[in-house]
Design a protein around this ligand. Structure first.
Ligand SMILES: [Zn+2]
Length: 236
């Protein structure tokens, strides 16, 4: 689902901002920001004109649409992460990330990457602002480290097979989890298009002929492998 042409971002009972999407799909929607956020300490809603330029803030919210109560009652409104930024550089990065979600990552949404609900932009006091609305994911999941690492590595393989190099995977904060424990890789602001020499969807024959290795894959195989071994040793 991509929601429609306008999104009202409600910071508190006195402050709301209406942003626009280039999408022509309806219905229009609103998000009411929740100050409770687990991942960054400074995510108390600070107001649309506050905070440093080009620095992302991420809020927890519920995505509600301006439909009739009958239409709305058919499905629970999804919990979402609202990634907010003020400043043209930050908004450009969001446009880049949104293009990846709509393009190379589209078939991985709700699976290896969060569902993408849209990119919305506007202008406040002469400064461009924008937000990405994404599926809400948890920052932990109760499972043995070995199994978590296996799931993380499997998700990374699928990302590379889709032609994306993430670029920041050594930061464990980029691995989140759905309610059912599936890994969601997040933050594609520095991701690059990538023809993976060791894990592309090319034929085995072609892959066998390639002498190259993929640096991100081999780095993460070592990193997650060492973590798994460490966990196994400590647990005995
Ligand atoms: Zn690769």
């Amino acid at each position: 689902m991509i929601v429609g042409t306008t999104l009202d971002v409600i910071f508190d009972e006195f402050t709301a901002v209406r942003l626009q999407s280039r999408s022509r799909k309806s219905p229009d929607a609103y998000v009411k920001l929740n100050s409770k956020w687990n991942f960054c300490a400074d995510a108390t809603p600070a107001g649309p004109t506050q905070g440093a330029l080009n620095i992302n803030r991420v809020y927890h919210a519920t995505l509600e649409t301006y439909q009739s109560p009958v239409a709305r009652s058919r499905a629970d409104p999804p919990e979402v992460a609202v990634k907010w930024v003020r400043g043209s550089l930050g908004v450009e990065k969001m446009r880049y990330e949104a293009a990846l979600y709509r393009g190379e990552l589209k078939h991985l949404q709700g699976d290896v990457v969060p569902r993408f609900y849209g990119l919305f932009t506007g202008e406040i006091d002469g400064e461009v602002v924008g937000c990405l609305v994404l599926e809400w994911c948890n920052n932990s999941y109760s499972l043995k480290r070995e199994e978590l690492n296996r799931r993380r590595m499997s998700a990374i393989y699928r990302l590379h097979a889709a032609g994306i190099l993430h670029g920041q995977l050594r930061d464990a904060g980029h691995f989140l989890y759905s309610q059912d424990g599936r890994v969601r890789i997040v933050d594609f602001s520095t991701a690059r298009l990538h023809h993976c020499p060791t894990h592309s969807e090319c034929s085995t024959f072609e892959r066998g002929r390639s002498p190259e290795i993929c640096e991100e894959l081999s780095t993460m195989e070592v990193c997650l492998g060492i973590c798994s071994a460490g966990w196994a040793i400590q647990s005995h």
